[in-house]
Design a protein around this ligand. Structure first.
Ligand SMILES: NC(=O)c1ccc[n+]([C@@H]2O[C@H](COP(=O)([O-])OP(=O)(O)OC[C@H]3O[C@@H](n4cnc5c(N)ncnc54)[C@H](OP(=O)(O)O)[C@@H]3O)[C@@H](O)[C@H]2O)c1
Length: 359
């Protein structure tokens, strides 16, 4: 029998992506959905329609899946936890603090928000990168006297960076990183999101709180779990996060200094080798190739890369030796913020935890 799941924040940018990803999922079935009081009591299709223009804001493209169209959106208090096995949460972090703790008292919660990411007994999980940190969920459960736990994904900008740094950190001792992001509009969500007047023909050079998140999260994700605690990785990250007029997918320009010598050929070999041992390979939402490495200097490009591996592949290109450092590389990466970076990544995480018997 399929596990019964709820999507909280189902009308939002990430919520819509959950709706799409969970359509005909082999292990999970969406049985309850919730959003804010603004949407509660409405049929899903009504809740995502603009009351003034009548435009249905289904941002995924294609048709809204039939299973959800007529489902009624609940408010948080109407969710019946006794009829659920798992909650996917996609609400902004202030609201998420209360909502996620309430559900975790009874159920496992997989979250795309930052509400609990920086707490000692909470891992920040990227399936395929730091699966072993999932053991911290047992400590969390005991610590907080909950029946469930909260497992957050990182910020969508950290995702691509941590994924590409992991093999470099382990094999070549990545120690300092400089990164500039070019982040998609959908990363800012729908409420209120980025206004068309601000982003069209423009670049916004500042995203509140984003850079601090990337710095802290990268160190935690690449860290080691020891005696119920994560020891941060010995890596320093400095970044500039910008918003650009691209609909979906974050591009990042990365400079990394390593302890050991590395060049583009070794990097290619490393990522291709890493592809062979990715833990989540074969799971329903996993891509065929976790890493794609391009020698064509015109890649990665968001319009091409966002389709690769169903949005779950991390693309690496423009790889060159960085002469500013004694040893190091520069490269450009692409990672899909709503697929690997949030909803579909959260479903892949659920699949990984299900296989481990944690759901
Ligand atoms: N967008 C991305 O690419 C991305 C990537 C990674 C992580 N995230 C994180 O994922 C979370 C969701 O982001 P988003 O971009 O999907 O935001 P969004 O488009 O603004 O959607 C927010 C959702 O939360 C609901 N909501 C707001 N307050 C609520 C409350 N008090 N109770 C119940 N539901 C409430 C909204 O419902 P209504 O429609 O009824 O207002 C909507 O469904 C955020 O924490 C964000 O930082 C986003």
């Amino acid at each position: 029998m399929k596990k019964k799941v709820a999507i909280i924040g189902v009308t939002g940018a990430v919520g819509q992506e959950f709706v799409q990803t969970l359509k005909n999922h082999p292990w999970f079935e969406v049985t309850q959905i919730a959003a804010s009081e603004r949407s509660a009591g409405k049929k899903y299709v009504e809740a995502i329609s603009d009351p003034n223009s009548g435009i249905v804001s289904w941002e995924i493209g294609g048709e809204i899946p039939d299973y959800i169209k007529e489902m009624t959106v609940k408010n948080i208090d109407q969710i019946d936890v006794s009829q659920l096995d798992l909650v996917f949460s996609a609400v902004e972090s202030v609201a998420a603090r209360e909502i996620e703790a309430k559900f975790a008292a009874d159920l496992p919660v997989i979250s795309t928000s930052s509400a609990f990411r920086y707490e000692e007994d909470v891992p920040i999980l990227i399936p395929g990168i730091n699966d072993e940190h999932a053991e911290l969920l047992e400590f969390q459960k005991k610590n907080r006297n909950w029946k469930g736990w909260i497992a957050p994904l990182p910020n969508c900008t950290t995702t691509g960076l941590a994924i590409t740094l992991k093999p470099l950190y382990e094999k070549y001792g990545a120690k300092k990183v400089l990164m500039t992001s070019m982040q998609a509009i959908s990363g800012a969500g729908r409420t209120p999101g980025v206004s068309a007047m601000n982003i069209t023909d423009n670049i916004i050079p500042y995203i509140p709180n984003e850079e601090e998140k990337v710095r802290k999260e990268t160190r935690k994700i690449l860290g080691k779990l020891k005696d119920g605690k994560i020891e941060d990785a010995d890596i320093r990250v400095s970044c500039t996060c910008t918003r650009v007029p691209v609909i979906d997918g974050h591009t990042e320009s990365v400079f990394v200094e390593t302890k050991q010598d590395i060049d583009p050929d070794k990097a290619k070999e490393l990522y291709m080798e890493s592809n062979k041992s990715i833990s989540v390979a074969g799971l329903p939402s996993a891509p065929e190739e976790y890493y794609v490495f391009h020698e064509d200097p015109t890649r990665p490009q968001p319009r091409i890369e966002r389709e690769v591996g169903g949005g779950m592949t991390t693309t690496i290109g423009r790889v060159e030796k960085e002469e500013l450092f004694e040893h190091g590389l520069k490269y450009v990466l692409f990672s899909h913020n709503k697929k690997m970076g949030s909803a579909k990544g959260a479903v892949l995480l659920a699949e990984m935890l299900y296989k481990k018997g944690k759901i």
